[in-house]
Design a protein around this ligand. Structure first.
Ligand SMILES: C=CC1=C(C)c2cc3[nH]c(cc4nc(cc5[nH]c(cc1n2)c(C)c5CCC(=O)O)C(CCC(=O)O)=C4C)c(C)c3C=C
Ligand SMILES: [Fe+2]
Ligand SMILES: [Fe+2]
Length: 359
């Protein structure tokens, strides 16, 4: 039944997973993911040849097996956790909450159709991309995709977007308190972030003369940082470490999930996991703050593969910190941002334009 009293709503957006463990479904998912020009940013024909001719056929069976090692009875962890987040928020906020994915279903327009049908007087929807940091292959592609469907289907409501919250004081507090619950003396803390090709960092540099031009670029103030993933993950790490009172020898940052041969952001997590025991860091805690929901990259790549690498390289103890998932302080923070939006407070809204990608 339509509810004409509702004027605002929320749309959570996550990355998406294959619809099942069957190799054909993993192929469909990988194809959509890797044909995204903000993920594999080569010219269309070359991208198509690479994705359909090489990456998908070789990767899909291996990815399906990897998903099989972490899949839950209810489905993909990333999707299950996103739905749990929606349920938890719906019980707390006074506006409808829907969800959608960047790859696979439900697409943004499916969620927006539901909202438009149920709430014919909707004036504004807050899109919450579930990424703390801006990367063209995560936050930017999610926003552009949702905006594309919003324009294409001419919905009568406006679409507002939550900004990347990597340095938000409340977010840092929530993340730090969560990590604090797992901290132990004598443990080294590794912040492992999803990697991206270095080329993407240069492409997203709006000044075209700052990012990766010198090793400490991310510490030198620049307008480029509003779009610089490397800068933003460094800030999150530094703020959390400061809040936890960690010395510089007690933690470090690395980048995981490299795909292909191009140089990606360094250091690589897989290499650091091999090297750390020989450097005397034999007890390790790992946290993955690029993700707010546990997924293949945390549960399989780090907690299973990474653990094995570390222990086989001489490590003695490996502990993984779960993502924020549905912990009450994270739900409360999302609720705060939603309440702000409902009251007309624009503090957390993103007002930049996404960067146009040529390919
Ligand atoms: C921080 C968020 C993410 C960024 C940035 C990102 C960049 C990026 N990813 C790939 C390739 C793959 N990523 C895959 C899985 C995956 N990636 C993210 C998030 C970011 N990716 C998540 C949350 C997940 C897990 C999804 C799940 O269902 O659990 C995969 C698929 C799995 C596999 O075969 O490994 C690929 C492929 C690239 C190339 C890239 C930047 C260019
Ligand atoms: Fe990824
Ligand atoms: Fe930088």
């Amino acid at each position: 039944m339509a509810d004409t009293s509702v004027t605002r709503a929320v749309l959570l957006m996550n990355l998406g997973s294959p619809s099942s463990l069957q190799v054909k479904d993993v192929k469909t998912y990988l194809h959509e993911f890797l044909m995204d020009k903000r993920v594999i940013d080569y010219p269309y024909l070359f991208r198509k040849l690479l994705v359909d001719g090489i990456i998908v056929p070789f990767r899909a069976p291996r990815s399906a097996e990897a998903y099989g090692r972490i899949w839950w009875e209810e489905g993909s962890p990333l999707i299950v956790i996103t739905k749990q987040l929606v349920a938890a928020l719906s019980a707390r906020v006074h506006v409808p909450v829907q969800w959608c994915m960047r790859y696979g279903m439900p697409r943004p327009d499916v969620a927006m159709d539901t909202l438009a049908q149920q709430y014919p007087n909707l004036q504004e929807v807050l899109l919450i991309p579930l990424y703390p940091h801006y990367a063209m292959s995560s936050y930017e592609t999610a926003v552009v995709y949702a905006q594309h469907w919003h324009r294409k289907k001419r919905y009568p409501f406006r679409l507002a977007v939550l900004k990347p919250f990597y340095d938000d004081a409340d977010y840092i507090q929530v993340l730090s308190a969560h990590i604090q619950n797992f901290l132990k003396p004598d443990y080294h803390l590794l912040f492992s972030y999803h990697g991206v090709p270095e080329r993407h960092i240069r492409k997203s540099d709006i000044t075209k003369q700052h990012c990766l031009q010198r090793t400490d670029c991310c510490e030198v103030p620049s307008p480029a940082h509003a779009f610089c993933y490397r800068h933003q993950v460094m800030v999150t790490t530094r703020l959390v470490a400061h809040r936890l009172g960690l010395g510089t020898d007690q933690y470090e940052l690395s980048f995981q999930s490299r795909l292909g041969r191009d140089p990606w952001l360094k250091p690589y997590t897989a290499q650091r996991l091999q090297q750390l025991p020989a450097e005397g860091k034999k007890r390790l805690l790992v946290v993955c703050p690029a993700f707010v929901s546990d997924c293949l990259e945390t549960l399989e790549e780090i907690d299973q593969e990474g653990r094995k690498t570390f222990l086989e390289s001489g490590g003695e103890s490996f502990e993984m910190i779960p993502c924020l998932n549905t912990i009450p302080s994270w739900i409360a923070l999302l609720q705060k941002w939603i309440d702000q939006f409902v009251s007309g407070d624009q503090t957390m809204l993103w007002n930049a334009q996404p960067i146009k990608q040529a390919v």
